[in-house]
Design a protein around this ligand. Sequence first.
Ligand SMILES: C[S@@+](CC[C@H](N)C(=O)[O-])C[C@H]1O[C@@H](n2cnc3c(N)ncnc32)[C@H](O)[C@@H]1O
Length: 397
Amino acid sequence: MDAPRQADSPSRPRPIARERHEHFATCARGLEPLLHAELKALKFGNLERQVGGVQFTGTQVDAARANFELRTAIRVLRRVATFSAPDEASFHAGAKGVPWEQWIDSDATIRIDATSSDSRLDHTHYLEQLAKDAICDRFRELAGARPSVDLDDPVLPVRVHLSKDRCKLLLDTSGDSLHKRGWRVHQGKAPLAETFAAALVLHSGWDLRSPLVDPFCGSGTILVEALLLALDCAPGLFRERFAQERWKDHDAPAFARLRAELEARRKPASSVQGRLQVVGRDASATALEEARANLRSAGLADLVRLEQGRAEDWRPRRGWNAWLVSNPPWGERIGDERAARALLETLGAGLRADGAGWTACVLSGNPDLERAMGLGGAPFATWHNGGIECRAVVQRF
Ligand SMILES: C[S@@+](CC[C@H](N)C(=O)[O-])C[C@H]1O[C@@H](n2cnc3c(N)ncnc32)[C@H](O)[C@@H]1O
């Protein structure tokens, strides 16, 4: 664990910004290979794939880059301490020994979230309480005042991970989940999380040039995420803020340089307009209105053709080497399942008849209906979406 550090004087350079830390980018279970590939493409060092995320080493500016650029991550955590915590006393001492004053003043707000597995301290609410007490005790001794708890918008969100009596304390550099990009103005009825939409596009192997169609586009999540990818636009550019920007060690000039670099790299919509065909369809006029508003909010409305229509009446255009990327309705209730089967059978028959050269990538909630659509036996990845296991299936026709 690092020793407490002196606060920087404004006139001195800030070496803290160049310090390298262990980080952990979290993701939904099953997305680890995609997240690993993203981090590799960004040239982050010491990558280690684990369940629920990927570990990497980097500076606070690297963490900011991860927050801006990663499409499949949920949050980026910075490890600040690891210690043995078989009992309350050792946990309190370990948590109190962390130089929290390096990131916040005593009048700031904190929030603690804990997990525990195979450990004697196994009550997570109690761990959160203990961690809060340890942080407050340290501030009381240093400054005579203590931070308060804010569950909604804390300045310093802290994670406690206890496993086999070893405790890791991590700072959540993201704050709000990274699926909250900042472009969404309409939720839609059953929106796919932005991280899953991006994952589906990445998993589909879309070449960023060929036409892309979502026949069940709903609020347009897949369309937006596909276009952000095609324009090399970091999804975090729409965010108002990441948690790390509120900390005392925040390197504002380096952060501003990073943002400017990402803005400059982002291709203008005009660079693909008229050349890239992206089509969103849905049976619901309301859904299409919502998709239009979301696309407009992301500055992408001119790049997408939105059409109202039932998927049963749609045929893949012959001769298009296009991608169909979608999360169709899979009929969660019994009655709905029959309707979904008929719908997906028709869609699959259309792809087999006219879709030579097309690639279909769907997020499936039901292997039986995959077979009905003609995707049975196609390679798939298993993803956990909000506790529900689903399969990302890709098939070339
Ligand atoms: C699971 S939602 C898609 C959500 C979307 N990916 C999003 O992020 O908002 C399924 C969509 O399929 C549409 N839908 C249902 N039956 C349809 C049909 N027969 N033809 C076309 N669209 C249909 C619904 O209106 C709904 O918007």
